[in-house]
Ligand binder design. Structure first.
Ligand SMILES: NC(=O)c1ccc[n+]([C@@H]2O[C@H](COP(=O)([O-])OP(=O)(O)OC[C@H]3O[C@@H](n4cnc5c(N)ncnc54)[C@H](O)[C@@H]3O)[C@@H](O)[C@H]2O)c1
Length: 697
């Protein structure tokens, strides 16, 4: 009927087939095509209609490129109405993923058949939205309230088998799906089965449901603090069981529009596009292809090397993990095994899976085992000379085409490349701790790294499930370079008068996964202390920035590992508690530096920490260290616990308005230490000419 949707007849069965690559999204052409086909099917002498998709999936959702643009007729609601009011029963035949609007459309069909490999879900919450085409009203009628709450507030899809058990699909087929669809339709015909609308299923909240809803409100308020969409979803589910269906749809529509207009949704949609954009390397020679990587070597079986080895082993790579001696290997392997044991105990992995992963992993002290590796990632101690020795040795042992990567946090990739005969094949691959959990991977471009090397590092990162961001070379790369400014402001807020708990609460309330002081305790306060021991007084910077940490470490408070840092930790539960001893140490440190404490508001704390990030981020962008502002946002949301619903530090600055950002930074420069608040020239320029960070990329 249209290029995207066709209609054919097989006996008494009408077949509507959607073919709109890549994912059969509900674009205007698809919506129009379905309506036209339904009209034809209404007039012919078929008795049942089957709706299915070509290509790799059933309708995977709304056409996200239409978001924020004026709506184009026909609306999805019109398509759904046409399905429900159609005189003949309609069967949705689902393969691949029926997500969002795709599942909502399937819920408006009378019957649903799914391939065993299919998945169904309503992931709108991930974009700060809710299913706006009846999903919140129809799903609970099929599944009951509990499953609907779980599915819609988490956004997690269900497998076909689980969807059948939940009442979402009628039948699951392992066989040829087209044939199964014809058989299913034939069966309906022989039974004389008619229309069967989801909206007609009675659904009334009982006392248990009401208790369930209020419990969910509390849990979600704690777990997804500050997020509006999940709470609005609960409003809609509550309406589904308390008001007539049509009124429920109105509640849902209003809630959907409120989400659309909410800055949280623009932030989450920004992150969605930012993650995709980050994978693209600007200025690549066209047709650059990633080198095949099957065998990965990892040097150093410590905290990072072990985690990195797990990532690769789990993704099916052949992994050779090397440490300096048997003791290092045993310790590294022991930690890996312990991590896997915990995952098995918690039911996240089966013991068969773990056996499979460990079979991919060889740990050895024999460097010759690295000979045939396609990629080697170095993760030894953070010491340039040691790393250079490792790179020299690898350069001698490995094939000329082997890519040599370093997981260094601070060393120069160029200084490592310089000791090899293959500088073009040297690159940074900076993972975050714990490496098997954190999704961020900064791929660091050395001065000589060639296109194939960069493309390979990004491709391999994707294969192990990481979100990759390209960073240019500078001290700390994108993330840690910015973090120094954030950490400095956190320390200064405490020195000026806030308590550590006040700083953490302000940031956590605002949405950070963990406040900066608690993060310091988790990472270990002694790390910075030991690093500072290597520096001259000048390199250390002003004492006010670090004196408190030094005093804590000197008092044996190294953080969680010693049971106390900024906080005291319960040995059993690890819960943090404020500690009067720390208040005394802070008081004494302030006195030593001649500081009189003052009151700080949560607003000042949040502004100082987040604007310190945005200001340094703008410099990083202007220097070309980051390819785009949105890459910086990806780094912060995936590597540093920055709330996705605020989009990242650059998006948050843009959403606030760059003039307001510049005004506030100027105010800080005038009232705080001016050396810390030199305005990034890019911010000043964009604020004065009304430009946007988005276009500054
Ligand atoms: N820990 C983090 O949070 C983190 C995060 C990102 C990057 N990094 C970087 O990762 C690297 C490793 O850090 P880590 O925390 O895993 O350190 P770690 O001390 O836990 O592990 C280092 C390992 O390297 C081994 N090793 C040392 N010299 C070796 C040699 N010559 N040959 C083979 N093995 C050798 C050690 O035996 C040890 O097992 C550092 O460059 C660090 O900056 C660390």
């Amino acid at each position: 009927m249209t290029a995207s949707v066709s209609y054919t007849v097989t006996g008494q069965i009408g077949n509507i087939v959607i073919d709109s690559p890549p994912v059969n999204a509900l674009s205007r052409a698809v919506r129009q095509g379905i309506i036209e086909c339904l009209k034809v099917a209404e007039a012919d002498d078929t008795e049942v209609v089957v709706l299915r998709c070509e290509g790799r999936t059933f309708i995977a959702g709304a056409d996200i490129t239409e978001f924020g643009k004026p709506p184009q007729a026909p609306a999805l609601a019109t398509v759904l109405e046409a399905l429900e009011s159609h005189p003949k029963p309609v069967v949705a035949v689902i393969h691949g993923t029926a997500l969002g609007g795709g599942l909502e459309l399937a819920l408006c069909c009378d019957y649903r058949l799914a391939a065993a490999t299919a998945k169904v879900g309503l992931p709108e919450v991930n974009l700060g939205l809710l299913p706006g085409a009846g999903g919140t009203q129809r799903l609970p009628r099929l599944t009951g309230l509990k499953m609907a709450i779980d599915m819609i507030t988490s956004g997690r899809p269900l497998s076909a088998g689980d969807a059948q058990a939940a009442g979402i699909v009628d039948e699951v087929s392992d066989d040829d799906l087209q044939q199964a669809a014809l058989d299913f339709a034939g069966e309906l015909l022989s039974r004389g089965a008619g229309k069967r609308l989801t909206r007609d299923i009675p659904f009334q909240l009982n006392d248990d449901d009401t208790a369930l809803l209020s419990g969910a409100r509390d849990t979600i308020a704690k777990r997804l603090k500050g997020q509006t969409a999940p709470q609005r979803i609960l409003d809609c589910l509550s309406a589904a069981g308390t008001v007539p269906f049509e009124d429920g749809l109105k509640v849902e529509r209003q809630a959907f529009e409120a989400c659309m207009a909410d800055p949280q949704s623009s932030a989450l949609r920004h992150q969605f596009f930012a993650e995709r954009a980050a994978a693209k390397i600007q200025g690549m020679t066209p047709d650059t292809e990633a080198q095949a990587v099957k065998h990965v070597g990892i040097i150093g079986a410590g905290t990072m090397g072990g985690g990195i080895a797990m990532c690769f082993a789990q993704a099916g790579f052949q992994v050779t993990l090397v440490d300096q001696d048997q003791e290092g290997i045993d310790r590294g392997l022991g930690t890996i095994r312990k991590n896997y044991d915990i995952s098995v105990q918690r039911g996240r992995l089966s013991s068969d899976q773990v056996t499979g992963y460990l079979a991919n992993l060889e740990a050895t002290a024999d460097w010759q085992a690295l000979k045939g590796a396609d990629l080697i990632i170095e993760a030894v101690f953070e010491n340039l000379e040691l790393k250079q020795q490792v790179f020299q040795r690898l350069d001698e042992i490995c094939d000329a085409r082997t890519i040599l990567a370093s997981n260094t946090s601070y060393q120069s990739i160029d200084a490592l490349a310089a000791v090899t005969n293959r500088p073009e094949r040297v690159v940074g691959m900076h993972f975050f701790s714990p490496a098997n959990v954190m999704r961020l991977l900064e791929v660091v471009r050395g001065g000589a790294s060639d296109d194939t090397t960069l493309t390979t590092a990004m491709a391999v990162g994707k294969q192990i499930g990481k979100v990759c961001v390209l960073s240019g070379m500078c001290y700390g790369f994108i993330g840690n370079r910015m973090l120094r400014h954030y950490g400095r402001e956190a320390a200064l807020c405490v020195m000026e008068g806030a308590s550590p708990a006040q700083v953490d609460q302000a940031m956590e309330q605002w949405g950070m996964a963990m406040g900066p002081m608690a993060v310091g305790d988790l990472a270990g306060l002694d790390i910075g202390y030991r690093a500072r021991e290597q520096l001259s007084d000048e390199e250390k910077g002003p004492r006010i920035n670090y004196l408190l940490v030094d005093r804590l470490v000197e008092a044996g408070r190294l953080g969680q590992k010693s049971g106390a840092g900024y906080y005291r930790y319960d040995p059993e539960t690890r819960a943090r508690q404020e500690d009067p001893v720390v208040a005394d140490i802070i008081e004494a440190t302030r006195a030593e530096l001649g500081i009189t404490a003052r009151e700080l508001t949560a607003e000042e704390i949040v502004d100082r920490l987040t604007l310190a990030l945005a200001n340094e981020g703008a410099r990083i962008l202007e220097e070309g260290i980051a390819q785009r502002a949105s890459d910086i946002d990806v780094v912060y949301c995936h590597g540093y616990g920055f709330p996705r619903f605020r989009g990242g530090p650059m998006h948050a600055a843009e959403a606030r308005g760059l003039s307001s950002v510049v005004d506030r930074i100027t105010q800080f420069r005038q009232t705080l230490n001016p050396d810390n608040w030199a305005l990034a020239p890019l911010l000043e320029r964009l604020a004065s000419n009304g430009g946007s960070l988005k276009d500054a990329s």
